[in-house]
Design a protein around this ligand. Structure first.
Ligand SMILES: *[C@@H]1O[C@H](CO)[C@@H](O)[C@H](O)[C@H]1NC(C)=O
Ligand SMILES: *[C@@H]1O[C@H](CO)[C@@H](O)[C@H](O)[C@H]1NC(C)=O
Length: 217
């Protein structure tokens, strides 16, 4: 009797293996494929795409203390999606293209978290469809170029004058200051003392700590 019970249990175990590893995952996958998906946010944008809608932002750091990182997201219609992660080595510009949706007439913005040598900012706006400079970020107009120089962030727009278009010019405008700390080592026994460097203009974003940098948008 006891032997029979054990045998039955063994058989049940063997029979159940394909269910656990094959049948159940298959059902999960099939149900997942059949269930309605959330609308792709890019659908509307794709329909409205035209060369004139092609925009770009580029980043260039001339600050040689280390790599600068910008982790950017796009905010639209109360929602947001990942946009681009810039890892900037000094003097190596990077560019990213985007097509802000024209439907709905809602504001489209790109906000970044900024990090450089243990200093962090969030909500650094690099594009805002409602701002006056927005049309200058169109690829046709030359795009928007952000320059990080000596603790400042500048926006450079426009194109260099050429023979064919001598009226063209580039413009450089200050966006604001970057947060930077200076640290002093007061003897080896004391912890390093850091304080924020003096700055003359508003910061380009809000100061955050390392934890917020890693875990928060
Ligand atoms: C935007 O312009 C860039 C540079 O001209 C091009 O490489 C890219 O394919 C364009 N993107 C779209 C969606 O038109
Ligand atoms: C974009 O610009 C508009 C108009 O100036 C402003 O109300 C809005 O707060 C800005 N959005 C962001 C994310 O800065």
């Amino acid at each position: 009797m006891e032997e029979k019970k054990k045998d039955l249990l063994r058989r049940l175990t063997i029979i159940s293996i394909p269910f656990v590893f094959v049948a159940i995952p298959s059902i999960v996958i099939i149900v997942g494929m059949l269930s309605p998906h959330a609308a792709e946010p890019r659908d509307a944008a794709a329909a409205a795409q035209s060369p004139a809608q092609n925009h770009s932002v580029s980043m260039l750091s001339t600050m040689t203390g280390g790599q600068m990182i910008l982790s950017c997201r796009a905010a639209f219609a109360g929602n947001w999606e990942y946009f681009h992660y810039f890892i900037l080595d000094p003097y190596k510009p990077q560019r990213a293209y985007f097509q802000p949706p024209t439907v709905g007439g809602e504001s489209y913005a790109i906000l970044c978290k900024w990090g450089y040598m243990g200093n962090f900012l969030q909500d650094v706006v690099v594009f805002n469809s409602s701002a006056a400079y927005a049309r200058r970020c169109r690829v046709e107009e030359g795009g928007c170029h952000y320059l990080f120089q000596d603790g400042h962030m500048f926006l450079v727009t426009g194109k260099q004058p050429t023979k064919a278009a001598p009226e063209q010019r580039r413009e450089k405008a200050l966006v604001g200051d970057l947060v930077l700390r200076e640290c002093t080592h007061v003897l080896a026994v004391f912890p390093t003392m850091c304080r924020y460097k003096r700055h003359d203009h508003q910061y380009v974003g809000n100061i955050i700590g390392r934890w917020r940098w890693w875990f928060n948008y």
